[in-house]
Ligand binder design. Structure first.
Ligand code: MG
Length: 300
């Protein structure tokens, strides 16, 4: 066998192995599995126009918005108000957005104790409202003094998250870690990192989420969501990707197709919730944003 023949044989062999071992080769031959996922859109409390919860929910129902994400502050005292306003509607509480005092990685025991008690109150209320979970960030850059970014701190975080997750399960809900970006939080900046903390916390009550606005440090929205998968991905936030306004208000950069493709492929059952400002007229930008997201979901 001369060098040319050897090379041809080796390349042919390599190609055969590549075809046989590549999952893409199989999926391209097999009929594509139809996703059963639907785009369950949710609004935070400030997103819809309206003076009262009822006015906001009327507006949301007309647009087919099925989730509501209130802030966690004072939630225990708002359970009745929220339950009454949701009665008879096709809207459910999607997730609860933070609202606790203190933070979990606080060095000051008093600040950590504040977190422990206020977070547990919110978790209990979230359970009563049927929420998928309570969103939390381990530490914002501005929160000091904070435990150092070390292996010991990560082990401590996992241990603390385990306790919190087990507490949440008792209340039929979860805690949802939200990765941010380095301008806001050095500790947790990618969805896969948050998912790994979920895994290492060893509690089914510890979940994570992705926020299209914060996901600036991901190289792929698709891979980021896939890394968490349905085992850990419990919530998604959406905003325009240039200035955190209404999806679509930043033009071409507001592309969610790759992320949506992952959500569809994994049959993501939860919500995509608006967490954003509004640059233009809300009555114009908001319906346009909903329409844009639905069109991109179809495209994905
Ligand atoms: Mg967010």
């Amino acid at each position: 066998m001369n060098r040319k023949e050897f090379l041809q044989k080796s390349l042919f062999g390599a190609a055969t192995v590549a075809v046989a071992s590549s999952p893409l080769a199989f999926t391209s031959c097999a009929p594509a599995k139809k996703s059963t996922a639907t785009l369950n859109l949710s609004f935070q409390e400030g997103t819809a126009p309206g003076k009262s919860l009822n006015e906001k929910f009327d507006y949301m129902e007309k647009m087919g918005i099925v989730g509501f994400e209130p802030g966690g502050r004072n939630l225990a005292n708002r359970i009745n108000e929220i339950q009454e306003a949701l009665k008879g509607r096709n809207i459910k509480v999607s997730a609860i957005c933070a609202g606790f005092d203190g933070f979990i990685l606080a060095e000051d025991p008093a600040v950590k104790a504040q977190f422990d008690s206020t977070m547990r109150d919110i978790i209990a209320a979230a359970g009563e409202l049927g929420s998928t979970g309570v969103i939390m960030v381990p530490a914002f850059n501005g929160q000091k003094p904070c435990m150092p970014h070390t292996l010991e701190t990560r082990a401590y975080l996992c241990e603390q998250m385990h306790e919190l997750g087990e507490y949440a399960l008792k209340h039929n809900t979860t805690v949802i870690l939200e990765p941010l970006n380095r301008r806001e939080c050095h500790y947790m900046r990618q969805v896969a990192d948050a998912a790994a903390v979920c895994r290492d916390s060893k509690s089914a009550g510890v979940k994570c989420m992705g926020d299209f606005w914060h996901m600036q440090e991901e190289t792929s929205d698709y891979a980021a969501f896939m890394a968490a998968g349905t085992e850990y991905l419990q919530h998604v936030h959406v905003a325009s990707r240039g200035n955190r306004q209404m999806p679509g208000e930043d033009g071409e950069v507001d592309n969610y197709v790759a992320g949506f493709k992952a959500l569809k492929e994994m049959n993501y059952p939860h919500y995509v919730s608006f967490e954003c400002g509004c640059k233009g007229e809300r009555e114009v930008s908001l319906p346009a944003a909903v329409e844009l997201l639905r069109a991109q979901w179809e495209l994905a």
